[in-house]
Write a protein that binds this ligand. Sequence first.
Ligand code: AHR
Length: 372
Amino acid sequence: MKRKIVSVLVCAAMAATMIAGCGGGSDDAAATTTEETATEETAADDAAAEDAATDDTAASGETLTIGFAQVGHESDWRTASTQSCQDVFSAENGYDLQFVDCDNDSAVQLEAVRGFIEQDVDYIIIDPIVSTGWDTVLTECQDAGIPVIVIDRTIDDSDKYAAWVGSDFKTEGLACGEWLKAYADAKGITDLNILVIEGTTGASATIGRTEGFNEIAEREGWNILDSQTGDFTQEGGQQVMESYCKSYEGQFNVVICQNDNEAFGAMDAMTAAGVSYGVDGDVIIVSFDAARTALQYCLDGDLNAVFECNPLAAPMVEEIIKGLEAGEEVETEVYVEESCFAHDDTVPSISVNGVDTPMTVLTQDIIDARAY
Ligand code: AHR
């Protein structure tokens, strides 16, 4: 609303500048035939016109200020997400990106959003660390007339945002469960004793993946021995797996890691404990995200399968912002595209929510062409 008033004023100012600019052209032509003083005057006029033009550019919305309250820097996925936003919302593309790494601290994230309101940014992007506790601050954004776009994880206790772009985490969990069922059947494994390393507690990525996987586990009567948070970090994954290796020694044959980095930590812990894993090992291990390093582990046989979570939401967010700037109706819910990857073709495809979903068998070419 506030910006609309500004842009009407800016149009009038721009029209005045354009008229002045045309006049300036003939002055310039005249300056070539007059004395030095006239040249100085023209230079001063040009500088003033340039200043006015710069002010107009900023005020007209050509440079949009975007506040981005990012979760943190806990994983390879997160690094790719941050990079994607920084690439899209760059100065060259006409943006002033105010970026806050909230270091997985919800209080810091709320504070960051309030800081963006103070700064009177044009748009706020939030990747919510946890899915609840948002209504008050989103009301504040609304009252300030600043549209919010939520990315990646969802907000479950407020609808006061313009749009959301992200992943269907429950479907990711279902895909993992369906693949495990088909893989175990193909390998003749009848008893599945599963350890889960969850993501951050309260994050919708954790909630959705857990819900989806557990639905298949219950349907198949699998034994989930334990499920603890590794906070989506390599260190967390390693610590949880070290403790699992002691508590469940010789009792487990599946480890589900809710992101790649936890899987890296879990692999280190199993190696240290003398537990073999992957396609030639005693323990089936899978992860979510599918960033390049994890895909390489999968190609090499250290991970059996990887279920993608696509971090490249920024181009879609930009489309939404452009639509809002143009006063158009925008998509309010946008799902990013995701694939499932495996080391081999033991399971060529799975059915998820009744949709036939291919399991892509990894090659080095796929990994080399990967954007993240
Ligand atoms: O919200 C997406 C999850 O958060 C990714 O799986 C994980 O790597 C990230 O930290």
